[in-house]
Design a protein around this ligand. Structure first.
Ligand code: PHE
Length: 499
């Protein structure tokens, strides 16, 4: 008997999957990454990565969730008992990410409010780092910053409230509101940015192709890295979400739609961000190159600066930008948190409500660490290590386990083909069996090489990097094994036949 929660509509699932994919990475990571890695020329490795790894991997995860109808640990465990560990590892990586992702959303909420009257003043960087975050030295445990802690409480109330309500009434309904609203707000922002003086210079800088770069291995690594992060692959998310699909659902088509929608949003963000940067460069008499930034600095230092310079209705522009960040972030946070809500409730045989309280509650408590006076240092370090040695490595293990250890690609292919319009061919198995593992393996080696020959990440003290970088990333892997060792409540939990 099937009593698993289900999406109410196909659109509901698609919006939730897009909501997960479209996040802070699209808005502040893609534009700078594309610019630094060849501008217009970056689109070639990017498209290549999307088609040879991103969408094939997404199809694989959708198929696993749909076929084995469980959270990532149990779905992977049903393929082979030994793989349950990889599922927990990914769930724990998601858990860690959720703790600081929530904090960034809290910042965005505060900044939406600061937009009115530009409360950040003229020195936007000084305000962000000094007055707002009150950054202290790395490793110094500081006091709670109320300006961050209060919106953080709001973020968790919203997210846990949505998760309590379940898949159809909570997650689906939220995304049906958030994602269309986000699209509208973002289109308004982009149109406004495009009509600012200097916008064209920004676009020229963004699209100007630097063809030499295309022969550079690191550009390809950047393209694959962007695609993986952006599509929320190997986070246990897409397996969990697709496990709520009704049996009659087109898998392959859904994966293509999710992939292209995410990339379209990314491109739109690139255009909007660079139009705004072009304006700022002109207004401050600098070149576009001098003002390009990515990550938190783009959002919380450069954007406020742009708002300061805007001729009219700047308050609204700032508000819309930070409201978009908030919406994009919330829908992603919901998706990462659902991975552990689902995993824990299955493994410990407890209700969704209890699982939300336990998993979400713990994540919420931990997240206040980043709302303290040195919070940014923790956030920055955890983010770097968990992405490089959590997500990318767990993705490599997942695809090798399935393609090579279980030799399960053919089985998944026929499952996907039995429900989908677009039929997968040998190309799909080649992408996952060869191209993806090779690229991910190469990425790993590059990262490790940087760690050994390069300088300490962010110039932080060794001990700090060990505690908040390595220990967290390796801890997720080891703790995953502990979860996997615990017995399932029913002895046939892992023996499952799709019918
Ligand atoms: N895909 C999201 C983005 O582009 C990132 C994300 C990471 C989402 C982790 C959920 C979980 O920002």
């Amino acid at each position: 008997m099937e009593n698993r929660s289900q999406w109410g509509t196909r659109l509901g699932f698609l919006l939730a999957a897009m909501g997960s994919a479209i996040g802070l990475g699209n808005i502040w990571r893609f534009p700078a990454t594309a610019y630094e890695n060849g501008g217009g020329a970056f689109f070639i490795p990017y498209l290549f990565a999307l088609l040879t790894a991103g969408i094939p991997f997404l199809i694989m995860e959708y198929t696993i969730g749909h076929k084995y109808r469980s959270s990532a640990p149990r779905s992977l465990g049903r393929i082979s008992k030994g793989f349950e560990w990889v599922g927990w590892w990914q769930v724990l990586v998601s858990f860690v990410i959720s703790t600081y992702y929530a904090v960034i959303i809290a910042w965005a909420i505060m900044y939406a409010y600061f937009s009115f009257g530009q409360q950040w003043g003229d020195d936007t960087t000084g305000f962000y780092v000094g007055e707002f975050l009150q950054v202290a030295d790395a490793g110094v445990l500081g006091g709670l910053v109320p300006m961050i802690a209060i919106p953080l409480v709001v973020v968790w109330l919203v997210v846990l409230g949505i998760l309590f309500k379940g898949v159809k009434k909570g997650i689906e309904v939220a995304n049906k509101i958030f994602i269309p609203l986000l699209a509208v707000l973002f289109v308004i922002i982009v149109i406004r940015a495009l009509t600012l003086p200097g916008a064209v210079d920004g676009l020229n800088a963004f699209f100007e192709p630097n063809w030499d770069q295309i022969w550079n291995g690191s550009v390809w690594v950047a393209a694959y890295g962007q695609i993986f992060f952006s599509l929320s692959i190997a986070f246990a998310i897409m397996i969990t979400y697709s496990s709520y699909l009704p049996k009659k659902s087109d898998i392959t088509n859904n994966a293509f739609i999710t992939g292209f929608a995410n990339s379209s949003f990314e491109l739109l963000a690139g255009i909007g961000v660079f139009a705004a940067l072009g304006f700022m460069a002109q207004a401050s008499g600098q070149g576009v190159t001098d003002v390009v930034q990515g990550g938190v600095m783009l959002a919380f230092s450069v954007f406020p600066e742009i708002v300061n310079q805007m001729p009219f209705m700047s308050d609204i522009f700032g508000f819309l930008f930070f409201a978009s960040l908030t919406l994009a972030g919330l829908s992603s946070l919901i998706s990462i948190s659902e991975t552990y809500v689902a995993g824990v409730s299955e493994k410990f045989n407890i209700s969704r409500t209890k699982s939300v309280l336990l998993g979400g509650g713990l994540a919420a408590i931990i997240s206040f660490l980043y709302a303290t006076k040195g919070g940014l240092n923790y956030l920055d370090t955890v983010d770097y290590f968990i992405n490089n040695y959590g997500v990318a490595l767990a993705g490599l293990f997942e695809v090798v386990a399935i393609a090579w250890f279980a030799r399960e690609l053919k089985g998944l292919q026929s499952h996907a083909n039995s429900v989908s319009d677009i039929k997968l061919g040998t190309w799909w198995r080649i992408c996952l069996g060869f191209i993806t593992p090779v690229v991910l393996g190469y990425m790993m080696l590059q990262n490790l090489k940087n760690e050994i020959v390069g300088e300490a990440y962010g110039g932080y003290p060794k001990e700090f990097l060990f505690n908040f970088g390595w220990l967290v990333a390796i801890g997720a892997m080891l703790l995953g094994a502990v979860f996997a060792m615990k017995k399932w409540p029913n002895k046939n939990d892992l023996d499952y036949k799709y019918d």
